[in-house]
Design a protein around this ligand. Structure first.
Ligand code: GLN
Length: 250
């Protein structure tokens, strides 16, 4: 299953965050250490979203293995940011391999990634899809579970929902409709990271004035803490809160 990373803290070069560390996201593209529930490598594409100093976002995505994209590998040395969400993708069987299927998804000021799959797709989530209006459905970036999840979450957040409530609520709805789904979500508004664990690995790292959330730890091992399964993580540069996702999927 895909691997993702969220970072908030002092501005870093994308290459220092994603390419250079031991067992970096780049290495997790061909040698992930903890793939649960299928998939061996994450070579169906990748994406990196980052915040500029004015709070707006930029994004780079491609439906190729990250290690083959020389232009990205070079450009990553030149781009610096203090808030980043990045992902490498192992497409779920039957889902298209296109740039629009690569996380992070965005609406401009927010970034979102999904590590996992919805079982019984798409029938199992017909009710959830019906909550979207027709235009949202027709303009989904890709016919994938992750793109649908983003469309639903995005709408709710734009309507004023607090992501700290909307993210776990979405996990609850999906696992009720489609048990055995894998729902590690990662959302950022540039100031906080909101993430869930639901059957996939997730780690958090605190450094002075920085926080990182990642499917697999990278760089020096000191400071990384594994997040228990079925948890909600809410983190900013000062604090990391991990709460159990109670009362779901029973
Ligand atoms: N199901 C999603 C997709 O195909 C995410 C895949 C994953 O986590 N491996 O894009």
């Amino acid at each position: 299953m895909c691997r993702h990373v969220g970072y908030l803290g002092p501005a870093v070069a994308l290459s220092d965050l994603l390419l250079e560390p031991e067992h970096s996201l780049l290495e997790q593209t061909w040698a992930p250490a903890d793939m649960r529930g299928g998939g061996t490598i994450n070579a169906d594409g990748f994406g990196v979203g980052w915040y500029r100093a004015d709070g707006s976002t930029a994004r780079y995505r491609a439906a190729v293995p990250m290690w083959t994209d020389q232009s990205f590998l070079e450009t990553a040395r030149e781009v610096r940011s203090g808030a980043v969400v990045a992902a490498v993708r192992s497409a779920t069987v039957g889902m298209p391999v296109v740039p629009g299927a690569c996380a992070p998804f965005t609406d401009g000021a927010r970034l979102f990634s999904h590590n996992g799959r919805i079982t019984g797709w798409p029938d199992s989530v017909a009710k959830l899809a019906a909550k979207l209006d027709v235009v949202d459905l027709l303009t989904l970036e890709a016919a994938t579970d992750s793109a649908l999840l983003w469309s639903v979450l995005r709408q709710r957040v734009l309507d004023g929902a607090d992501p700290e409530a909307a993210v776990p609520e979405l996990v609850g709805e999906v696992v009720a409709a489609a048990p055995d789904s894998r729902m590690n979500l990662l959302f950022s508004d540039g100031a906080r990271l909101v993430a869930t664990t639901w059957t996939h690995s997730l780690w958090v790292r605190r450094e002075p004035a920085a926080v990182t959330v990642a499917s697999e730890p990278f760089g020096p091992r000191a400071g990384w803490r594994e997040v228990p399964d079925r948890s909600l993580v809410v983190a900013d540069v000062r604090d990391i809160e991990v709460r159990p996702l109670a009362g779901m999927g029973e």
